[in-house]
Design a protein around this ligand. Structure first.
Ligand code: FEO
Length: 167
C-alpha cells in the first residue's frame, strides 16, 4: 500500500475513533440530563463510529498496511443545550466527510482504485449521517426553547432517525 494512502487511512481511523468517543460523551451528557431517547441515539451512533473505525483497521491489515491505533483527544463533555449537542454532531459529521473527500482525492491522484472503491461505502454513509444530523438540528431549531417540544423530541428521536435513514 502506498505510504501516503496508508497514512491517510490511519488518520481516518483516528477521526472515526474520535467521533465514537465524542458521541459516547454526548450520550452520557444526555443520560445525565434525563434525555433518555437522545442518550440511546448517541450510544448507538458511538457504536456505529466504532464499526467505521474497525472496518478501516481490518481493511488496512488485509492490504498488508501498518495500522497504528492512535491516542485520542479528550471529547467535549458538557453542553449548554440540545441545540449545542446537535450542532456538535453536525459539525463532527461535516468534518469527517471533508476528510473522506480528501482520502478519495488522494486515491485518484495516486491511481489507487482499490482504496477508492472501498471508500465509496464511507461516502454513502456520510451522506446519510449528515442528512440525519441536519434533520434533527432543523427540528430543534423549530422547537426553540419550548420544554414540551424538547420532551417530544427526546421521546421521538429514534423514530425520526429511523425514518430519515429509510429515505
Ligand atoms: Fe463514521 Fe459519521 O463518521
Amino acid at each position: 500500500m502506498n505510504s501516503s494512502i496508508e497514512q491517510l487511512l490511519n488518520n481516518q481511523i483516528k477521526y472515526e475513533a474520535q467521533a465514537s468517543i465524542q458521541y459516547l460523551a454526548m450520550a452520557s451528557w444526555a443520560d445525565a440530563q434525563g434525555y433518555n431517547g437522545v442518550a440511546d441515539f448517541f450510544y448507538s451512533q458511538s457504536e456505529e463510529e466504532r464499526l467505521h473505525m474497525t472496518k478501516l483497521v481490518k481493511f488496512v491489515n488485509e492490504r498488508s498496511g501498518k495500522v497504528l491505533i492512535p491516542a485520542l483527544e479528550e471529547p467535549k463533555h458538557d453542553f449548554e443545550s440540545l441545540n449545542e449537542l446537535f450542532e456538535k454532531f453536525l459539525n463532527s459529521e461535516i468534518y469527517v466527510t471533508e476528510q473522506i473527500s480528501h482520502v478519495i482525492y488522494e486515491c485518484l491522484q495516486n491511481k489507487d482504485y482499490n482504496v477508492h472503491n472501498f471508500m465509496q461505502w464511507y461516502v454513502t454513509e456520510q451522506l446519510e449521517e449528515e442528512a440525519m444530523a441536519r434533520t434533527l438540528l432543523d427540528k430543534l431549531n423549530i422547537i426553540g426553547n419550548d420544554k414540551s417540544g424538547h420532551y417530544l423530541f427526546d421521546r421521538d428521536i429514534n423514530v425520526i432517525a429511523a425514518k430519515q435513514s429509510n429515505e
